[in-house]
Write a protein that binds this ligand. Structure first.
Ligand SMILES: [Zn+2]
Length: 330
């Protein structure tokens, strides 16, 4: 009996030791956590600061976050002013753990509205996430070289999946008729997506959700909807849908569905992973923009017009022929 108790005690000790040994990765948002989880495998636990569905642009850190940051061994941050609050949070925690901006090396798009400011939504272009994954791998290898082989192997595996995703998005977007490739959303989160995959983007709000929508912005977007005969517009999972719904009602355009821009869905949802999120967005966009509320009748009209034209020309030709024959007889 005594040996048994001793054994149980020993197992518990080993377990605690193993748990304590596990690396703790802290990332700011769910998108980064998922990308990191594909690289670190079983070597680390990953915790996220902004909860699923939260808006990272306007997030306010809580006491729980301060404790979380204190316990981290390594931090992964998007940067490009996406999480303006993170540096202060880390500084206040007194943590000396290394932190990495994983957009390092990405060709950042400048903001059209704010000078000297960059668009943070680089993950919308899958080829940028090739760089995110590489940066995470390099940081993990540097800080935890004992697991280097795992990180190298997991990275290669994930990179192959990302390349498949990249090809999928391009093939799908190409299915939308060219003049209908226009993406209207709440905030300007799809510039990288549009640039890479060839779709125009228009949004009510700028690259951050911080500012309120101005009536001039609503007028600008409404004009685009009318001028481009936009088939559908989209709400976003982290932005209040009221703005887009009103714009849809006022302009007689349907809401094409919900897009995930700044957060994944719950883990068991359609956008529970980065790959799932990009795939879900692409499917929703392609489905809604491939339809055109006016195109079916328009095509029929065109066909009808040309048919009428042919009948008229044919009729005239026969009349002329008959006229000629009659003249010849006379
Ligand atoms: Zn955003």
């Amino acid at each position: 009996m005594r040996i048994l108790i001793l054994l149980i005690f020993l197992i518990a000790q080993v377990q605690t030791f193993a748990q304590a040994k596990k690396i703790k990765v802290i990332s700011t948002v769910s998108i980064i956590s998922d990308i990191a989880s594909n690289i670190v495998g079983e070597t680390a636990d990953i915790e996220t600061i902004v909860p699923v569905g939260g808006d990272p642009h306007i997030y306010e850190a809580t006491p729980r976050d301060a404790r979380l940051v204190q316990s981290g061994d390594i931090f992964f941050i998007n940067g490009l002013t996406f999480e303006g609050w993170i540096e202060e949070l880390i500084a206040n925690s007194g943590s000396s753990a290394p932190s990495y901006i994983i957009t390092e090396g990405v060709n950042a798009i400048g903001s059209s509205k704010y000078e000297n400011s960059y668009d943070p939504h680089a993950w919308m272009d899958v080829t940028n996430v090739f760089i995110y994954a590489k940066n995470i791998r390099d940081a993990m290898v540097k800080n935890f070289p004992e697991h280097a082989a795992i990180y190298e192997k997991e990275y290669e595996k994930y990179l192959a999946e990302l390349k498949t995703l990249h090809a999928y998005v391009q093939t799908q977007i190409n299915l939308i008729p060219k003049q209908q490739r226009i993406l209207v959303t709440s905030h300007d989160a799809f510039a990288y997506y549009g640039k890479q995959y060839g779709i125009d983007v228009e949004a009510i709000l700028g690259i951050s959700t911080e500012a309120e929508a101005r009536s001039s912005d609503v007028v600008r977007v409404a004009k685009v909807i009318k001028d481009r005969n936009v088939p559908a517009i989209f709400i976003e999972s982290t932005v209040n849908p009221k703005m887009i719904k009103r714009l849809a009602d006022d302009n007689g355009v349907p809401v094409g569905g919900e897009l995930y821009a700044d957060s994944l869905s719950e883990p068991d949802g359609e956008a529970g992973t980065y790959i799932g999120m990009i795939k879900s967005n692409t499917d929703v966009i392609v489905d809604a923009l491939s339809k055109n509320k006016f195109s079916s009748t328009k095509i029929d009209d065109d066909k009808g017009d040309s048919k009428v034209g042919l009948i008229v020309i044919g009729g005239l030709f026969i009349l002329l022929l008959l006229f000629g024959i009659m003249k010849m007889k006379n």
